[in-house]
Design a protein around this ligand. Structure first.
Ligand code: KPL
Length: 297
């Protein structure tokens, strides 16, 4: 297939290399002005990819957007003019709500949402490390997206395990719950994920998860407090040595994904008139820091 990866950060670069090694014709679209970018995976020899090539973009059968949630709109809309309506758009990022914001503009295309627990780290623009083996779930965002189940075979062949989830909303909420619990705390405290096992975080974690359970149940997601708590604790342990994405963003004073993580939870809670004071407090604390950096610009 002709595949374009928009936003070759850590996860985008990992998929670009794996899909290219699986025999697909992969090109990149990034902020770099270079027409070609070489990327190596771990200690393998590097692979050259063409970058920002409009012809390659317009020949794409599949375009995978691996930009951050808050970049989805600005990354997607300018590219639509080059794409055939049959081109499949796939979005893979932390958080929820970003694709809903552009739903009407992209509805002519088959649209697929993806969530992954594959972990990657990009120490510089030409190297990527595959730091954790995970799973990827795909599901339809719109009616045309329901015709794209064959993508499971395409992606599975490149980077297993991949599955189709007809209830992708449940998978996205489950990942959102993990991010709501881990990301703001590790960002504000500048600690590793595993540090959250400390007793001093148990009350706040339980309160976050309690609020999440109420909102998710109001959204008709089948879940229970104990199930979510087990899930969050499992990820805290499995990723104990990780620096969460929000910890890194806050360390480098970059814009975080908070609007699409706890912010999305708060917006959904409001819709159902559910109080979520603990998530609201964490959201406000992260925003306060973000605003301070913006004022310094
Ligand atoms: O998705 C993550 C992130 O850092 O954004 C987790 C699962 C918390 C792993 O670090």
């Amino acid at each position: 297939m002709n595949i374009s990866i928009i936003g070759p950060g850590a996860i985008g670069s990992l998929w670009a290399i794996k899909l290219s090694q699986a025999g697909h014709n992969v090109s990149l679209w990034s902020r770099s002005t270079n027409s070609s970018i070489e990327i190596s995976l771990d200690d393998q020899t590097s692979i050259p990819f063409s970058n920002n090539n409009i012809e390659k973009l317009s020949e794409s059968d599949l375009v995978i957007f691996t930009v951050k949630a808050w970049q989805v709109k600005e990354a997607t809309i300018p590219l639509l003019q080059y794409l055939d309506p049959d081109t499949i758009l796939m979005f893979m990022h932390n958080g929820m709500g970003a694709v809903d914001n552009i739903a009407t503009q992209i509805d002519a295309h088959p649209v697929v949402l993806a969530t992954t627990t594959q972990a990657a780290f990009k120490p510089n623009r030409n190297n990527v490390s595959h730091t954790g083996i995970g799973q990827t779930q795909l599901g339809a965002f719109n009616l045309k997206g329901q015709q794209c189940t064959f993508l499971v075979d395409v992606l599975e062949h490149a980077l297993p395990v991949v599955s189709w989830n007809p209830e992708i909303k449940t998978a996205l909420w489950t990942k959102l719950a993990i991010n709501c619990a881990i990301n703001p705390l590790t960002g504000l405290e500048q600690i590793k994920n595993g540090d959250l096992v400390d007793k001093k975080f148990s009350n706040v974690l339980r309160s976050i998860i309690k609020e999440l359970t109420q909102v998710m149940q109001a959204e008709s997601i089948t879940c229970s407090f104990s199930e979510l708590e087990t899930n969050v604790n499992k990820v805290i342990k499995a990723t104990a040595k990780n620096n969460s994405s929000m910890k890194q963003d806050m360390f480098y004073q970059r814009k975080t994904e908070i609007d699409f993580i706890n912010g999305y939870l708060i917006k959904t809670a409001l819709k159902h008139q559910i109080d979520v004071p603990v998530n609201q407090r964490l959201f406000a604390q992260v925003k306060e820091q973000e605003n301070r950096w913006n004022h310094q610009d």
